[in-house]
Design a protein around this ligand. Sequence first.
Ligand SMILES: CC(C)(COP(=O)(O)OP(=O)(O)OC[C@H]1O[C@@H](n2cnc3c(N)ncnc32)[C@H](O)[C@@H]1OP(=O)(O)O)[C@@H](O)C(=O)NCCC(=O)NCCS
Length: 119
Amino acid sequence: MLLRYKKAFEKIAMGLLSFMPQEKDVKKLIETIRQYEKDSNWQLYLWKKEEDLVGIIGVQIFGEEAFIHHISVSPSHRGEGIGTEMVQKLSMSLGTISLKPTADIKLFFEKCKIEKEEE
Ligand SMILES: CC(C)(COP(=O)(O)OP(=O)(O)OC[C@H]1O[C@@H](n2cnc3c(N)ncnc32)[C@H](O)[C@@H]1OP(=O)(O)O)[C@@H](O)C(=O)NCCC(=O)NCCS
């Protein structure tokens, strides 16, 4: 299940984001989280599996497009389809806004088949 980020998720969100190569530096990680907190065009979601938050996906909304800047799954849950499911569920919940990858995420994104009702 996708949950919208809230302050109570800050630590777990930072932990998940830190698996991304560009988020290894703590200073950068804090800047990233603040960006999602302060700018409503930047939206962060966590993936809840049973009682645990095991994945994260973050987008920047830009008009009718949403660019995925961050996607990460806890190492112990990789290869279970969670990354793909996050992309698909977010795409559905964005409605007419179309989900696009940024360069770092392009290869993975191309593996995620996106199905929308109107397509
Ligand atoms: C990328 C990531 C989010 C995928 O999550 P996941 O839940 O394991 O993904 P899924 O189970 O839905 O899909 C697995 C498929 O994606 C592929 N994949 C994993 N990482 C990939 C990457 N960086 N680029 C392209 N494909 C990738 C796997 O090889 C697998 O392919 P297969 O189904 O053909 O075997 C996860 O590996 C991760 O957290 N990586 C570290 C963070 C990161 O670097 N994110 C940015 C790179 S996309």
